[in-house]
Design a protein around this ligand. Structure first.
Ligand SMILES: [Zn+2]
Length: 449
């Protein structure tokens, strides 16, 4: 089994790993790098579809998969397997899937629906065959050197239908462990499929690529139940009956949105979702029948619709709860435009804004949020931040993960060297030796196991 660590081993974003067994190559995830992700998630920039593969490559926004040409793997790619619907895992597919015309794209119903909506919105096309599989399913991929069993194992994270794909080969199992959080009491959907993980652990996992983003953090992230309590508290503090009430969160976090709607209904305000990326994810959830709040909200997508609606909010601000984009202060997001005075609605002193998110710790994000927070303070808005728990497991989750899977080799992923190297230390506690059975790598490296 040969592994090429294509992207996501030096940064948070553009995740991509390729696995070669005999004459068959399998790609796991093709993501976008964070700055581009943010631009996509919150942006209503009409120029969005002008982005070309060339531009994205130039700025390093997509994985440098040309390494596969050099290795002679390019024409052997049989499948592109997507772990979940986040843009740092699938956002690169529209731009590079054409290079692998024989590869079918495999993902869960929600993931594929999001991919298709990105293609539609950005007026892009791919010709690859698409296969929709459910979590906790076993599938067969036909290769030149035989057939391969592919498990899609259900895992909790921070969007719908997340999975760990595990590829069974005659050289052992390749387990793609991105992204994860062990939430035993999710407020929507099922807990992780530990049984299957243990079963594969007993069977023999050769290589584990693991989400080590929070491997240095001791503190276990709270489950979504904790976020739910935080939301309840935040809503109770924002009870002013005459002011505007806004809340913003990650558009792909359907479970969180469901909890927002639950508490939002208790305010007796009409709940309106504003923004392009919210539309994208909520409509995908509706399409796959996993949106419990679909009848309880109104979704608005287009700028003229949004502006004429915001005119109504300006006149009758106590009537609505607005769920909108802009938690990272993305350019052209709803919050960005409102705080710049570009919409018919203007914040007034005493209006409430809840951030059910935390700032993604990259310099552009931090700066953008600082600038927006300054504007919000000037406008007298009552802000509640970090009403949020994140979706990545910490050191103790990763310890449980290693115990369950007992892989022969561990490769930490999903961050810079500084972020992911504590995983190597943790692995050492289990007897893994760096350079022999645990491997700290960079983008574009190959390994033979
Ligand atoms: Zn993710």
């Amino acid at each position: 089994m040969e592994i090429c660590t294509v992207g996501g081993f030096e940064e948070v974003g553009k995740n991509m790993t390729a696995v070669k067994v005999d004459e068959d190559v399998f790609i796991f995830d093709v993501g976008l790098h964070l700055p581009a992700v943010i631009e996509l998630q919150g942006s209503e920039n009409p120029k969005q579809q002008d982005r070309s593969e060339k531009d994205l490559r130039r700025v390093g926004a997509i994985p440098n998969d040309r390494i596969l040409d050099k290795l002679g793997w390019k024409d052997k790619v049989r499948a592109i397997i997507i772990s979940h619907a986040h843009l740092d895992h699938l956002g690169g597919i529209p731009y590079i899937a054409y290079r692998y015309p024989e590869a079918e794209i495999i993902g869960t119903p929600f993931t594929i629906s999001v991919l298709k909506s990105i293609l539609r919105d950005d007026k892009l096309q791919i010709k690859n065959k698409i296969r929709i599989v459910n979590t906790n399913s076993t599938n067969i991929i036909k290769g030149k050197s035989g057939s391969y069993k592919l498990d899609f194992i259900h895992i909790t994270h921070s969007t719908l239908q997340c999975s760990f794909p595990a590829l069974h080969t005659k050289k052992g199992i390749f387990f793609y462990g991105l992204d994860l959080k062990f939430d035993n009491y999710p407020t929507l959907g099922n807990p992780p499929n530990y049984k299957k993980m243990r079963e594969l652990g007993r069977k023999g996992i050769n290589v584990l690529i693991v989400d080590a983003l929070y491997s240095r953090t001791e503190k276990k992230p709270g489950g979504e139940m904790v976020a739910k309590h935080l939301l309840e508290e935040a809503f109770s503090k924002a009870r002013n009956k005459t002011s505007a009430l806004f809340i913003t969160t990650f558009s792909s976090h359907i479970e969180r949105l469901n909890n927002i709607v639950e508490f939002g209904r208790k305010t007796n305000r009409k709940i309106i979702f504003l923004g392009r990326s919210l539309n994208k994810y909520v409509n995908s959830a509706i399409e796959v029948k996993l949106c419990p709040f679909r009848k309880k909200i109104i979704l608005l997508k287009y700028r003229n619709q949004i502006n004429s609606f915001l005119k109504k909010v300006e006149k009758d601000r106590k009537k609505y709860l607005i769920v909108c984009t802009g938690h990272q202060a993305e350019e052209n997001s709803i919050l960005d435009r409102i705080t710049r005075g570009e919409t018919p609605f203007k914040f007034r002193p005493g209006d409430n804004l809840i951030f059910s998110s935390s700032v993604i710790p990259t310099t552009p994000n931090i700066l953008a949020r600082e600038r927006m927070d300054k504007r919000l303070r000037k406008q007298g808005v009552k802000i509640q931040t970090d009403v949020h728990v994140h979706g990545h497991g910490s050191r103790e989750d990763l310890r449980d993960f290693i115990e369950m899977l007992k892989p022969k080799h561990i490769i930490p992923s999903h961050g810079s060297i500084e972020l992911i190297s504590p995983m190597i230390e943790l692995a050492k506690e289990f007897g893994y030796k760096m350079g022999e059975t645990s491997h700290l790598t960079s983008n574009g490296q190959t390994f033979k196991f």
